[in-house]
Design a binder for this molecule. Structure first.
Ligand code: NAD
Ligand code: TYD
Length: 335
């Protein structure tokens, strides 16, 4: 099988490529990534030079390039996106370009050459839950509430529209918050780990009582593999973590304990505007149709993630460039 991975130099995309290359050594993998600030080719360094792997630097909005690549593959998997909510609040324009227009270009190519297309989406498209609301599932109406989730929702609607209008063989997965190796340290878990390594406080937004459903990236990539091979065209699948619906404050305290610090390292800072209160996923559909379930509990996954960052401090230094430092100042110091 020849497979085009878009956004394979980012966090989840690179974990997926490493997983695929190990499980299916005969697959041909093409990684198309424009290498934005969150990308790092070192994530997939061990595949460099391998006959079955090729990296192409490029943008999913580039129609000629995309058509050329899609023509020759069997499956397209789209991870490529701008992904950080706080950055989308500062400026949403690139989110609309990459997440919406980029997906449309990929869909046009999949339509032209009748290719299987899997789109990676998020639970954030469903909006926010109250404390007693049932978890999100595939039937939950879309209700995005920040520019990032609105751009992801728009892309999902296009994917569904290309199935209904043009019969493009698509699937979508809506997954909850991921954590694990290679996550850029602007998202809460790697940001807090990196701050604690440097003996700095960790900035908890608002009262810290917001709830997220945490899934280890290894569980996510296993689910994507199943959907690509066994998913039903036109369908959406929700993926979430193992008993891991927790408040940000619980997450923070667990991490602080694991890293032998104390609660004096917590700094409550101004809340994110429009901060969604609770996300939660019911993954019953993929569990009953394909036997997928998350295997990694939150505490075990968090411990191994801290170990990974501890053992990969060079990786952290590499990704925290001038751009990262400017962003950190804008978001946390000069607010
Ligand atoms: P990431 O920011 O780490 O990586 C995104 C990658 O996409 C980067 O390598 C970047 O260079 C690339 N990219 C961005 N715009 C591009 C463009 N126009 N053309 C080509 N490449 C481009 O993000 P991630 O956390 O790995 O997320 C991957 C996907 O999973 C995204 O679609 C995201 O919405 C979705 N998702 C993420 C989470 C999470 O918790 N991280 C949860 C659910 C869904
Ligand atoms: P984040 O990792 O940005 O993921 P998302 O917004 O996509 O869920 O944030 C996860 C939660 O952590 C979210 O409720 C916001 C909160 N948060 C903080 O409290 N402090 C921070 O510095 C960051 C980055 C996030």
């Amino acid at each position: 099988m020849k497979i085009l991975i878009c956004g394979g130099a980012g966090f989840i995309g690179s974990n997926f490529i490493l997983y695929l290359a190990e499980k299916y050594p005969d697959y041909n993998i093409i990684n198309l990534d424009k290498l934005n600030y969150a990308a790092n080719l070192k994530n997939v360094k061990k595949l460099e030079g391998s006959a079955n792997y090729k990296f192409i630097k490029g943008d999913i909005c580039d129609k000629n390039l995309v058509f050329d690549l899609v023509k020759d593959v069997d499956v397209v998997v789209n991870f490529a996106a701008e992904t950080h909510v706080d950055r989308s609040i500062m400026d949403s324009s690139i989110f609309i370009k990459s997440n919406v227009q980029g997906t449309q270009v990929l869909l046009e190519a999949a339509k032209e050459y009748d290719k299987r297309f899997h789109h990676i989406s998020t639970d954030e498209v469903f909006g926010a839950l109250g404390p007693d609301d049932p978890s999100f599932d595939e039937m939950t109406p879309y209700n995005p509430r920040n520019p990032y989730s609105a751009s992801k929702a728009a892309a999902d609607h296009l994917v569904r529209a290309y199935f209904h209008t043009f019969k493009v063989p698509v699937t979508i997965s809506n997954c909850s918050n991921n954590y694990g190796p290679y996550q850029f340290p602007e998202k809460i878990i790697p940001l807090f780990i990196c701050n604690l390594f440097e003996d700095k406080k960790v900035p908890v937004y608002g009262d810290g009582q917001q709830i997220r459903d945490w899934i280890h990236v290894d569980d996510h990539v296993r689910g994507i593999d199943m959907i690509i091979h066994k998913g039903k065209e036109g369908e959406t699948y929700c993926l979430g973590g193992k008993d891991s619906e927790i408040t940000n404050l619980y997450l923070t305290k667990t991490l602080i304990q694991l890293m032998d610090k104390d609660d004096s390292y917590i700094e409550y800072v101004k809340d994110r505007p429009g901060h969604d209160r609770r996300y939660s996923i019911d993954y019953g559909k993929i569990a009953s149709e394909m036997g997928w379930e998350p295997l990694i509990g939150f505490k075990d996954g968090l411990r191994s993630t801290v170990d990974w960052y501890q053992n990969n401090k060079n990786w952290i230094d590499d990704v925290r460039s001038g751009d990262y430092r400017d962003y950190y100042k804008k978001q946390y110091i000069n607010r």
